[in-house]
Write a protein that binds this ligand. Structure first.
Ligand code: MG
Length: 362
């Protein structure tokens, strides 16, 4: 069963409302879609959103990497030989983690569809449903409080609050949110590298003193400042999660050996796909560190892969897969069902996506 075509397409999906973090504001996402076609008529899907500010990957770079380098390396190869194919993807080009992730996801989908089994079963099985948090964009405190209330009314029990623009204002934001939603809702925060180490310590200690009950803080300081993150971790009680500091398993090893984080946020676009994400899971397990699985502004073709990963790896105890929920449309047919905070896995082969509507194929 040979891979006879590596098709690329663009898919524009509008968001319900602008997504704002300390790094960027986004209103519409232009996803790159990969479809692998085989000699026996199977079609497998992958996807990559452009996240230039995080991974360095743009829509153009993802397309060029796949068209010129990764695609040719897997053409006319046997789709069942997953590891061989993934080795070829790795060797085809340096960097380009989003392009590699899109193809890695499509290859896993193809592997499952070839074997007639769902990817989470092939990974060893596990939960048939998982529960995600909901992200609240950074904004004025009263706007964030209203957004948080709205999310709680929709059934979300855990909110991820974006902060990291100004430490004092961030404390105001959290006070407003906590007041609006009460004590029963779990709050985690994400500073997206927005603080200096000193500001992070002052801000997080203030949040501790005020009894804001923060579950953990994601990426308080700059991605490459591992000593800075350890400085913060050693001085606050709120657990510290590495996100932008950990792209692949080598980064995870550095951060874990440095004792710079209590938790790791795994994202397929940073890691370059499911195989590398599973290496991070294995390392985290060795170090006794739990993981979250997160996503970029991803629709279901790639978020489905993260869902299958989370459901089959017990070291992943926290889920931040609200990407598909932030879009105003769902162009994907099949795959996991996103019902408010509940994500239900299905048993269809591969990652479950059978068709993607609205793609402008190249
Ligand atoms: Mg983050």
């Amino acid at each position: 069963m040979k891979i006879t075509n590596v098709r690329l397409g663009l898919l524009d999906i509008p968001l319900h409302k602008p997504f704002k973090t300390a790094l960027r504001t986004v209103e519409e996402v232009a996803e790159v879609i990969v479809a692998l076609e085989t000699s026996e008529g199977l079609v497998a899907f992958g996807e990559a959103p452009p996240t230039a500010r995080i991974t360095g990957d743009t829509q153009e770079s993802v397309i060029a990497a796949i068209e010129k380098h990764i695609g040719p390396a897997i053409m006319n190869r046997d789709g069942a030989n997953l590891n061989d194919l993934l080795d070829s993807v790795d060797r085809a080009i340096m960097g380009n983690s989003s392009a590699k992730a899109a193809v890695d996801i499509a290859l896993h989908d193809l592997w499952g569809k070839t074997l007639g089994r769902s990817v989470h079963h092939l990974f060893g099985g596990g939960s048939s449903e998982i529960v995600t948090d909901m992200t609240i964009s950074v904004d004025r405190p009263e706007v964030m409080a209203a957004d948080a209330e709205e999310a709680v009314n929709k059934g979300y029990q855990t909110l991820k609050i974006k902060v990291g623009v100004d430490g004092d204002l961030d404390v105001e934001r959290l006070l407003a949110v906590r007041k609006a939603i009460g004590d029963k809702i779990q709050i985690r925060i994400d500073a997206n590298q927005g603080w200096t180490p000193g500001e992070a310590v002052r801000t997080l200690r203030k949040m501790e003193e005020l009894g804001l009950a923060i579950e953990f803080c994601e990426q308080p300081t700059k991605a490459d400042d591992i000593p800075g993150m350890r400085f913060v971790r050693e001085r606050v009680a709120i657990p510290i999660m590495a996100d932008e500091s950990v792209h692949d398993s080598k980064d995870a090893l550095n951060v874990l050996q440095a004792g710079a984080a209590d938790l790791i946020n795994i994202k397929l676009m940073k890691a370059g796909g499911l195989r590398e994400a599973r290496r991070i899971c294995a390392l985290a397990e060795l170090f006794g560190v739990e993981c979250m699985v997160g996503c970029m502004l991803e629709a279901k073709a790639s978020a489905a892969a993260a869902v299958h990963l989370a459901a089959s790896h017990s070291v992943i105890t926290k889920i931040d897969l609200d990407g598909p929920l932030l879009f105003a449309e769902d162009p994907m047919v099949g795959g996991p069902e996103f019902i408010g905070p509940i994500i239900k896995l299905d048993e269809s082969p591969g990652l479950g996506i059978s068709k993607i509507n609205g793609v402008q194929w190249r």
